[in-house]
Design a protein around this ligand. Structure first.
Ligand code: NA7
Length: 546
């Protein structure tokens, strides 16, 4: 049954629960999931912690926050009318533009009337007697729902460093994820940034433009590559619009749903001169091409990886004037692309500014945050502002922060303590009627491309169940074990598995997240879709349905 958004009918069988479906999160995936479930005529409520839509793009309003995906590959693809109406301003949109876009989508499809803002879900408990979930908000309000759908993102549980004295600092201090809505001025201020991941790199570059003095506290340098952002002219936007079908089709074919496809050649199949020329070309091109569009073996072959790493090290040495600083900015403990590559717009040149200082906290560890600044093992610094770009309890962190209990009150966090176990990254055995959009062990990549697929699959399954009067959907233990084994097997041989990062589940600021585990499916999105499509086409026989 397809009804227009907003005219949802109440199916008889489900009137025992407040809602047919509760979606947690009004970010990129939650908004689209709501749209799709409304099409089925479901009574849906979205609970969102923030006071506006956007998820990642609502919260991460730190200076310099912007896409590393091409804007025109990042927008939703489901509505030709939306594609027709929305003009992207930049090839890699900044956070304000993206937040505006997601608000535009929410308004256009009148999504807000089913979204309850300022509503943090603190617990979700499954009740076997009614085959439903009881959902409790932070303020104590409770709701029941047949289906519980998590759309809580992969990087939405920010983590502060475990450094003594963090609460004692008297100036302004803030995690990049929690950046205030009011403008913050850096002119004449002494600013510290702790953390040099993708968020830190963007923040540092932007703050350096106007800051009085900037100190960057770096634990691990990153292999950064140029973003090469530019504005989109009217003519370019016209061409993009005319090509949307091809653009999205290409994203469907690539490993990570980006427009960049890996080069079919291996690094050693070309001469050193050809290799150098190819890498120079990639370095001059916008976006993730140098990571995703490189020779096919750079992320699996140690020698190939060492060569591309050496190319990037030479770039850092060319761009940073002080050789000692350049050496500090060159990663030694991981090769290029084995961690998420931050894209930058003048990041390395920041260290040529006389008012910017790089502090290597491996050499001189931070001992404590003081009321006036930061004390390391060899100096005491005074600051007006401390920015924590210290990352996230990735992928499972936002699940861990909700008390999710399935059959017999089993705790999801406990079930996943040695790493996630899921079926297709969407279902978990022992947690009936809970469906995860972009859950752990799902295909990851250019987020909206993967999220649209995930939400479509969830919608298809719910549609299937309702048509047949099924009220209980669960993964089998065998199905989850198979998928988990497959996810782990698909990561074998990939160099990223040998490196500590949020992609291997490491966060030194979180108890129990010190051992590497595979957090996402690494077989590529086309293979992920093929498997999920086969399950759907086979009538979901791998699931336990009742
Ligand atoms: P990341 O990439 O996890 O980066 C966090 C950074 O914070 C990283 O450089 C960490 O160093 C550093 N960090 C964390 N704790 C500390 C302490 N205690 N002391 C010093 N430095 C610390 O998070 P981002 O927010 O930058 O990016 C997350 C993703 O968002 C990104 O990949 C994009 O996909 C978007 P470490 O490397 O652990 O030594």
């Amino acid at each position: 049954m397809v009804v227009s958004p907003g005219t949802a009918q109440k199916p008889e069988a489900d009137t025992l629960t407040d809602f047919d479906a509760v979606v947690i999160g009004a970010g990129v995936s939650g908004l689209y999931q709501l749209y799709r479930l409304r099409e089925l005529g479901l009574r849906v409520r979205v609970f969102e912690t923030g006071s506006g839509v956007g998820g990642t793009w609502y919260w991460n309003r730190y200076p310099g926050a912007r896409f590393d995906s091409e804007s025109w590959t990042y927008g939703y693809s489901f509505s030709p009318e939306l594609l027709e109406q929305w003009d992207w301003e930049e090839h890699f949109a900044g956070q304000p533009e993206t937040e505006r876009y997601l608000n535009y989508v929410a308004d256009k499809f009148e999504l807000r009337r089913d979204i309850q803002f300022k509503s943090r879900v603190t617990s979700a408990h499954y009740r076997e007697a009614t085959r439903s979930w009881d959902v409790t908000l932070e303020d104590g309000r409770r709701y029941s729902t047949r289906f519980l759908i998590t759309a809580i993102g992969v990087l939405s549980a920010p983590t502060m460093p475990r450094i003594a004295g963090v609460d004692t600092f008297r100036g302004l201090s803030c995690h990049t994820h929690h950046w205030p809505k009011e403008p913050v001025s850096f002119g004449g201020k002494r600013v510290a940034v702790i953390g040099t991941g993708a968020s830190g790199v963007q923040t540092i570059t932007e703050v350096a433009r106007t800051v009085g003095h900037l100190s960057v506290f770096q634990r691990t340098p990153q292999w950064c590559a140029p973003l090469h952002n530019a504005r989109i002219s009217k003519e370019e936007m016209r061409q993009i619009r005319a090509n949307y079908r091809e653009i999205f089709a290409r994203c469907q074919q690539t490993y990570g749903c980006f427009i960049h496809a890996s080069d079919p050649r291996a690094t050693h199949e070309v001469t050193p001169e050809q290799r150098e020329a190819f890498w120079e070309k990639l370095y001059e091109e916008p976006g993730f091409g140098i990571w995703m569009g490189n020779f096919r073996d750079i992320l699996v072959d140690r020698e190939a990886n060492a060569l591309i790493s050496d190319f990037l090290a030479r770039k850092i040495r060319q761009r940073v004037k002080d050789p000692a600083v350049a050496e500090k900015l060159i990663p030694r403990n991981h090769g290029f692309g084995t961690r998420r590559v931050p894209l930058e717009s003048g990041y390395y040149e920041v260290y040529n500014q006389p008012n910017v200082q790089l502090v290597d906290v491996k050499q001189t560890p931070i001992e404590r945050i003081t009321p006036s600044g930061i004390k390391t093992s060899d100096a005491e610094y005074e600051f007006d502002i401390i920015i924590y770009a210290t990352g996230f309890d990735a992928i499972t962190g936002s699940f861990d922060r909700i008390d999710i209990r399935g059959v017999d009150m089993a705790l999801l966090k406990e079930k996943w303590k040695d790493g996630p176990q899921t079926f297709l990254g969407i279902l978990v055995d022992g947690f009936p009627n809970m469906l995860m959009v972009m859950g752990p062990h799902a295909g990851l990549g250019n987020f909206p491309r993967a999220a649209e697929y995930s939400a479509d699959w969830v919608t298809g399954l719910i549609h299937f169940a309702r048509e047949r009067g099924l009220t209980r959907i669960e993964a089998t233990a065998a199905g989850a074990a198979d998928w988990t084994d497959h996810v782990i097997a698909s990561s074998q041989g990939l160099l990223f598995t040998e490196v500590d990062s949020w992609m291997t589940g490491i966060n030194r600021n979180v108890e129990g997240k010190q051992t590497r585990r595979i957090m996402r499916y690494s077989g590529g999105h086309p293979a992920f879709r093929e498997r999920c499509d086969a399950v759907a086409a086979g009538g979901y026989r791998e699931l336990s349905l009742a």
